[in-house]
Design a binder for this molecule. Structure first.
Ligand SMILES: [Fe+2]
Ligand SMILES: [Fe+2]
Length: 358
């Protein structure tokens, strides 16, 4: 056991159960959608591919994967101080994101049952995977003497409503970026085993294949609804979702560079690689990709990093409470301006290249 003096300062709902991190624009989101509209979707143009993906889900390749082995059975007290805090935060964020997928897919499986059987079963099997992922991460948190009360999280979080089309854009991207995040960490630690300071990273190789299959499922659904991909609105929305997902990850990760450093990764290089790969993958289904090789892309994002740093400094400062919103305003405005500049950067049109191997 760790003495309370050595524990990082986390608030607890009750002993060992962590108060969930405060919701902000950068924390993982919980979603809900129009279930009737989704149930009425005609998927027949791509039913064969969806059926093939369903067979893969049924095969359940990772049935025996998420079993904690003896390497977990040791004390993790040597991961202490700031590194311990960053570890717990990483596990909590990952667990919350996985659990948010579980809740959405579970609900979709339930609501589509009897109305759209192929989709209903796919969602149920994906919720099985996400439950395993979230459970495994929550168990890992308990190695650091904390855990999340997932029932409490279900009730206490606010849910963002998205029309089915936007749910597909958002979940497709979060699955694919999840795949690239996990596999990149895995490959790095394979080359540098001395940096693998905790066993969970060893599970990421098979784990990320689940996320890849989930992403392929949303790719196949969107292709069954060509109207979601082939008009000018789809181009504008794809840009919006790509940018939101990339910017959120970049701002989050740079702020937590020390966590990545603790496993031997440079957060900036890691993110640039993950963004590049996810952007290329997304080009197989979305009508546009972002021009992430344009130096302006990271120049604008770096201004947001600076703004966020200033915002945190204002929060931590001793300025009177009424003054803080005023002090923050120019930084919020600047973030808005950067986002608009990023959004209006010329994207790469991939409509012509549809089907090409990227
Ligand atoms: Fe997952
Ligand atoms: Fe997933």
């Amino acid at each position: 056991m760790v003495s309370s003096a050595e524990k990082p300062a986390f608030q607890e709902i009750r002993p060992g159960v962590k108060v969930p991190a405060k919701e902000t624009i950068l924390t993982p989101r919980f979603y809900t959608t129009d279930f009737d509209e989704m149930a009425e979707m005609d998927i027949s143009v791509n039913e064969d591919e969806l059926q093939a993906i369903l067979e893969e889900f049924r095969a359940d390749y990772n049935r025996h994967h998420f079993v904690r082995d003896e390497e977990f059975n040791q004390s993790w007290d040597h991961i202490d101080g700031e590194t311990r805090r960053l570890f717990v935060e990483f596990l909590e964020r990952s667990c919350t994101a996985e659990f948010s997928g579980f809740l959405l897919y579970k609900e979709l499986g339930r609501r589509l049952k009897g109305k759209s059987p192929v989709l209903a079963e796919c969602f149920n099997l994906m919720s099985r995977d996400e439950a395993r992922h979230a459970g495994f991460l929550n168990k890992a948190m308990s190695d650091f003497n904390l855990s999340l009360d997932l029932g409490f999280l279900t009730k206490s979080r606010s849910y963002t409503f998205f029309k089915p089309k936007f749910i597909f854009y958002a979940t497709y991207l979060s699955e694919k970026i999840g795949y690239w995040r996990y596999i990149t960490i895995y490959r790095h630690l394979q080359k540098h085993p001395e940096d693998r300071v905790y066993p969970i990273f060893r599970f990421f190789e098979n784990w990320c294949q689940d996320e890849n299959r989930h992403g392929d499922f949303f790719d196949a659904i969107m292709k069954s609804q060509p109207q979601m991909l082939n008009d000018w609105k789809a181009k504008l929305w794809s840009r919006f979702f790509l940018l939101s997902v990339f910017a959120t990850m970049f701002l989050n990760d740079i702020q937590r560079s020390d966590f990545y450093a603790s496993i031997g990764l440079d957060a900036r290089e890691y993110d640039i690689y993950v963004i590049k790969k996810t952007n290329e993958t997304a080009g197989r289904v979305f009508p546009v990709m972002l021009d992430v090789d344009n130096p302006k892309f990271y120049e604008y994002l770096d201004i947001c990093i600076e703004n966020n740093k200033k915002l945190r400094e204002i929060d931590a400062s001793s300025s009177p409470k009424f003054l803080k919103p005023l002090q923050k305003l120019p930084h919020y405005l600047s973030n808005g301006v950067q986002f608009i500049k990023l959004y209006f950067m010329k994207p790469i049109d991939v409509t012509e290249m549809e089907g090409a191997v990227l």
